[in-house]
Design a protein around this ligand. Structure first.
Ligand code: NAD
Length: 307
């Protein structure tokens, strides 16, 4: 059994060693393709492997069709919008993610971005504090839960909206559940986004929703840029001089945002929520273990595509 690690942006060496350990202990062979610059290299590399571990690497129909022996591809991370799920299903390939493994890293960054914003991007002027403020968590999954935990440490009042969870499931963790996204944005001065990018959520964070936020609003986006309606957030920030936006996922209109909203807008130069040694290693090793368990025992617990 050949297991490929195909990473345009490589794992840390420690993570690769951990993955190798799991794969070789199972009696499989590890193949490494790192920092590839052309799609052809990826197409060649997938041609004769049984399993693949990837990060943000694009596994579209062309790649999946070229992977004649591939049985499983695991995205070491949470979001799997870089994989064409229908094409994988058509080719009888199981797609998995590794939910939760990078959740603490993303949560720490989200709160770090919040502190940075309320302290006026560390420009030396007097800012405000997080304690006592209302934080709305939009999607209470693995990252959302960790944001709640850290935010409670800051003394924030935490609210959450997640249509796929019951109010009881949210409230047993000391977080107030609200019934709609509108309620969340109306109630909370701070909103942290943790929705996946799906057909339903793309472009859903729009003028109508954001304009409901109380005075001195802050939107933190460590989810995906696609969920934001970029034209409408520009309009909103033009209309609301008290509105700040911070993200680790550079918007398509970054240059315009940076120019128009200096002092109220910040994006990290690269997506970095999950960029910690710990998250890297956890997600990589989880991916390797899931592959071994799938091939040896048929365990599909983390499968995300239809059969
Ligand atoms: P998760 O699957 O654990 O949680 C997602 C949650 O979203 C679930 O609780 C689900 O019920 C909820 N949800 C789905 N559709 C919704 C909707 N329409 N409205 C409200 N809630 C909805 O995922 P996670 O680990 O918490 O990660 C969340 C997202 O964060 C990922 O999909 C990914 O896009 C992004 N992410 C970014 C980074 C980064 O580096 N910035 C790293 C990890 C994850």
């Amino acid at each position: 059994m050949k297991v490929l690690i195909a990473t345009d942006k490589p794992f840390a060496a420690e993570a690769v060693n951990g993955i190798r350990d799991v794969i070789e202990k199972a009696g499989f062979e590890l193949v490494l393709l790192e920092k590839y610059t052309e799609k052809k290299q990826l197409l060649d590399a997938v041609a004769n492997v049984d399993a693949a571990i990837i990060r943000s690497d694009i596994f579209d129909k062309e790649v999946l069709d070229a992977a004649k022996d591939l049985k499983i591809v695991v995205r070491a991370g949470a979001g799997f919008d870089n994989i064409e799920l229908d094409a994988a299903t058509a080719n009888d390939i199981c797609v998995m993610n590794t939910p939760g493994q990078n959740a603490n890293a993303v949560a720490e960054l989200a709160l770090g971005l919040a502190v940075y914003a309320v302290r006026n991007f560390y420009n030396g002027t007097s800012g405000t504090e997080l304690m006592g403020k209302k934080l709305g968590i939009h999607a209470y999954g693995n990252v959302g839960r960790n944001v709640a935990r850290v935010a409670k440490g800051f003394g924030m009042e935490v609210y959450a909206y997640d249509p796929f969870l019951t109010a009881e499931a949210i409230e047993k963790e000391g977080v107030k559940a609200v019934a709609s996204a509108e309620d969340l944005y109306t109630t909370c001065q701070f909103v942290s986004l943790h929705i996946p990018a799906t057909a339903e959520t793309k472009n859903s964070i729009n003028y109508a929703l954001l304009s409901k936020m109380p005075k001195n609003a802050l939107l933190i986006n460590t989810a995906r840029k696609e969920v934001i309606n970029e034209a409408e957030i520009v309009k909103l920030m033009e209309d609301r001089k008290d509105f700040k936006y911070v993200t680790d996922i550079m918007p398509g209109n970054h240059a315009e945002m940076a120019e128009k909203f200096a002092g109220r807008y910040f994006s990290t130069p690269k997506k970095m929520g999950a960029q910690t040694a710990e998250a890297n290693t956890n997600a990589g090793i989880a991916a390797a273990s899931q592959i071994v368990d799938f091939i040896k025992n048929g365990n599909e617990r983390f499968r995300v595509n239809k059969k």
